[in-house]
Structure formats: C-alpha cells, structure tokens
Design a protein around this ligand. Sequence first.
Ligand code: COA
Ligand code: MG
Length: 284
Amino acid sequence: MRSRKAFMYVPGSDLHKIEKAAGIGADCVVLDLEDGVAEGKKDEARQIIAQALLEIDFGPSERVVRVNSFASGRTVADLQAVLPSKPDAILLPKLEHDTQLLKLADMVSMQEDLALLAIVESALGMVNLGTICRASEKVHRLQGLVFGAEDFVADMGATRTPEGTEMLFARSRLVMYAAAYGLQAIDMVTVNYSDPEVLDREALQGAQMGYSGKQVIHPLQVAPVQRIFTPSEKEIAAAKHILEEAKRFGKVGKGAFTIDGQMVDRPVIKRAETVLARAGISVE
Ligand code: COA
Ligand code: MG
C-alpha cells in the first residue's frame, strides 16, 4: 500500500492553490469538493478538478478527490464529473454506515486501480466502525480511514480544547479499528497552521498512537508531518539492534532477553519491525 504521510487538502475551486499543491511533495494532494468549497462554487470546482487532473503534473503525489457526502445528494454528480479524469483515489467524507461504503464501491466498480478512503467524523460513524470495517473486507479498494476531528467535536456538541481530551476516545477508537482490519489510519487536521510547536505536538501524538499519516491544510505543514511520521535515524538504529539481538538470542533458544536494562520479547520485536517497515526498510 502506498505511503500517505502528509495528506494535503486544496480547495477544488482554487486553481492557483492546486497548481501550487502539485509541486510541494505531499504524499497525497486532496482536491476538495466538500467543506473547503463554498456552496455557490461546487459546479465550478468540479470542472476545475476534472481539468487539473488531466493537465497538471502532480509528480509523485497521489491525486485524491474528496467528493461530497451521501447526505448532501451531490456524490453521484461529483463522481461523474471527476472519474473520467482518472484520479488515483476517492475520499468519501462523513461515512456513517456500511451500506454507504458498499454503495460507493458499487458506483466506482468500473474504475480500475482506484483506491477508496473514507472519513469518519460523526458520533454515528464512530459507533458503527465495527460494521463499516467488516464491510471493508468485501471492499478491497478501501485502503484507509481518516479521523475528522473538527466535525466529530461539532457533532458531539463538545467543546474543542487545546488538549483534545474531548476527542481522545474517538481518535483512539478509529486507529484501533483500522489496525484490526489492516487499514491505514490518517489523523486529524491541526487547524493552527501558524504555530509549528502545536503541529509538532499533535503530529507526534498521532504517530505515537499508531496513525500512519496526518491531514494537512497548508504547505508549511507538509515537511514537519513527513518528518514526524518517518522513523528517525536513532529509532531505526535501535530497531535494527533489537532485531539483531533477537536473532542472536533466538539461536540459543531465548525468546526474552535484555538490552540496556530493558526486557525485550515478542511485542518489542514486533514494534521494531514496524519501525523499519515505516522507514521503508525491508526485514528478512
Ligand atoms: N494548498 C496549496 N497551496 C496553498 C494551500 C493549500 N492547502 N494553502 C496555502 N497555499 C498557498 C497560498 O496560495 C500561498 O501561495 P502564494 O504565495 O503563491 O499566493 C502560500 O501557500 C501561502 O499561503 P498563506 O498566504 O499563508 O495562506 P492563505 O491565506 O492563502 O490560505 C488557508 C490559508 C487556510 C485558506 C489555506 O491554507 C487553505 O485553503 N487550506 C485548505 C483548506 C481546506 O481545504 N479545508 C478543508 C479540508 S480540512
Ligand atoms: Mg469534515
């Protein structure tokens, strides 16, 4: 599955920003038709995106289109406008029911090599994660789930705090279901794009929770997010050391051993393997 570390939104109505986004080196450029586009600009945005997909070179970035939710009544027309231009992936917002996922899969069934991604961002969507994930076993195109923090907090009638405790349960729940069903998990947006410390803190939290990437809304957020979601040299060296020691102790029949005063056993080894996998280093 392709890496989706920096998942960058661009309003589909803004050609200048789309051109700019194409050269920034984000893992994914998400051409938005939903909440980043004003009501009166939706038709124009469809045309701009359809043309941009044909004419602009996005380099190595994945070309994702965020369509409008099923509840909006716009999804079909969005897909009809953009699918002929062959995006790499469709992102469905406000996923709440397994039936919506199955319906979307049906609507794109003729498109080869099209990935699906979905945002879960309401109380109902969070409650239904079990049935949604079970349906994903029939929809192999679904590669990842995205945590929509701002909509979720609004739907809960909760208050958005700097600590984010009001959404901690949902943020944890989503990444847990994604792990259980072999899906990628893409973390919340940090709306404060002018304070690098806030971004670093929130990105690190997400990476530590097991998220594989993060939504971003401004070019300044791309490089820090890519850095934080890529294991550091120090982490890679430590992981390699653990695997070497595991091999050495394994030969003499020891499953648990000590490195620097810390016990190492199977789960520690598994985490070391994950670090190397995330760094793109293959483990024999
Ligand atoms: N994609 C591509 N380019 C972007 C960008 C984005 N998401 N956000 C900003 N830029 C560009 C600007 O166009 C500007 O380029 P320029 O100097 O050539 O004009 C440059 O980066 C610096 O931008 P800045 O002036 O700091 O911000 P802004 O006032 O132009 O835009 C936002 C601020 C928040 C409106 C803008 O970042 C944005 O639209 N983000 C995405 C919002 C969105 O899609 N929300 C829905 C999903 S959560
Ligand atoms: Mg949203």
